[in-house]
Design a protein around this ligand. Structure first.
Ligand code: URA
Length: 428
């Protein structure tokens, strides 16, 4: 059967179901340059409006995986399990979770991307550690997983290469927020990475890219079903992202906070979420251990030091500090109503912690420290946030949005909750 790009686009535009051959052809022809960017953009927009049914999505995802290599972790002596977060403000959980779960006996192959927009990227955070390197060969990944039990590194070019092209196109054509396109993009990379089990932290709230709980549940169920279909034991946990996670938002600031949690301290919400995700991960691979105890007895911190050193970093090196630090003060006495994740994320981004385009540099030291939580009682003039920046222009730009990110009123504070629904896979 021969296919043409225009026929595939018009079929999806008119709400028809694409057969396996059409999906196979269009993704392959796109990678080969036979289908042009403008034609793929039109198809993505048609999918944005008309979706993909279960079979189409399964085929689309399988072809994305088959567009590149799939790592084989079956030779490791430890069971492999990874986690993916859909991205949030102050979400430094991977930094803690990977060594923590390694300390409990699993292998965590965390192949990550960089941050874009108001949510930070795990690699950007770790690169604030002097000497730490994000690029590893496949052989180095396997060796480190066996020796240390955890790797956090840049996903190689060879994993689901068609996703790289599609994601760049979606970013500039208004087609990112489509559940089948998000689910296939995330899951193709995670499945290609070779993990045997996966926990998905699906964020909901102002600072998440999905704000609505029902849509987040649909995304979670869609990804869990894709994991199941490819033999990856998958479970999703919906979690709140209306308030930043922890105190620190920004690269080096978040590393410092992560080390606090790895030493058994740190903010209680970061610890609660990390321990909950670690429990899911350990359950999926049948390891009976208590991750909270591994934070308290120093073994998670020891695994962190090994992970950082294995990738060329110095775990004892001082981290970069911003030369400019300025508080945002409470305009009145009262009860803190909200500390808005999106507002704080945008402030951190403007202060220099994030990037607008994927080739932009990030400041290792810029960011925000959130000194209050919803429900706290504050005096007029009390510091609410602390802004960190490398230069006065970034500071002024961040200050503009930071001022609106925290509200102080008469109370009562909104009900807080961090952990929402769990979506279980068939094999979970
Ligand atoms: N992250 C991804 O990797 N892909 C998406 O489509 C959205 C978020």
């Amino acid at each position: 059967m021969t296919y043409s790009a225009v026929e595939v686009i018009t079929a999806k535009r008119d709400g028809l179901v694409l057969d396996d051959g059409a999906i196979d052809w269009v993704l392959r022809a796109y990678l080969d340059g036979e289908v042009a960017d403008e034609q793929m953009s039109a198809l993505l927009m048609a999918i944005f409006f008309n979706g993909l049914d279960g079979r189409e999505l399964a085929t689309w995802t399988a072809r994305m995986i088959a567009s590149g290599e799939r790592l084989d972790l079956s030779g490791l002596s430890r069971p492999s399990v990874d986690k993916h977060s859909t991205g949030g403000v102050g979400d430094k959980v991977s930094l803690i979770l990977c060594p923590l779960v390694a300390a409990c006996g699993a292998a965590v192959p965390q192949l990550s991307g960089r941050g874009l927009g108001h949510t930070g990227g795990t690699l950007d955070k770790l690169e604030s550690i002097p000497g730490w390197r994000a690029r590893l060969s496949n052989a180095e990944v396997l060796d480190q997983l066996e020796r240390v039990g955890a790797v956090i590194c840049a996903a190689g070019e060879g994993l689901a290469p068609v996703d790289r092209r599609l994601y760049a196109l979606r970013d500039v054509t208004g087609t990112v927020e489509s559940i089948p396109l998000i689910a296939s993009s995330i899951m193709s990379k995670k499945i290609a990475e070779g993990t045997s089990a996966l926990v998905l932290d699906v964020k909901v709230g102002t600072g998440a890219f999905i704000k609505d709980r029902d849509r987040a549940l649909t995304l979670a169920a869609t990804m869990v079903a894709l994991g199941d279909a490819h033999g990856v034991r998958t479970r999703a946990q919906l979690t709140d992202m209306s308030t930043p996670l922890g105190v620190a938002v920004g690269n080096a600031l978040e590393v410092t906070e992560s080390v606090d949690v790895l030493r058994g301290g740190g903010p209680s919400d970061v610890r609660e979420l990390t321990v909950a995700l670690a429990r899911h991960m350990l359950e999926l691979v049948g390891i009976d251990d208590d991750p909270a105890a591994r934070l308290d007895d120093g073994s998670a911190h020891a695994a962190w030091r090994e992970l950082v050193a294995a990738q060329g970093g110095d775990p004892d090196a001082p981290l970069p500090r911003a030369p400019l630090v300025e508080p945002v003060l409470a305009p009145r006495a009262g009860v803190v109503g909200r500390v808005d994740a999106l507002g704080v994320g945008l402030a951190a981004w403007r202060l220099g912690a994030g990037r607008a385009r994927k080739e932009d540099p990030v400041s290792p030291s810029a960011g925000v420290r959130c000194l209050v939580r919803p429900g706290d009682v504050v005096e007029a003039g009390q510091p609410l946030l602390e802004l960190h920046a490398e230069d006065p222009d970034h500071l002024a730009s961040g200050r503009e949005v930071a001022l609106g990110a925290v509200s102080v009123g008469e109370g009562p504070a909104p009900a807080a909750g961090l952990l929402y629904e769990v979506v279980e896979g068939r094999a979970g």
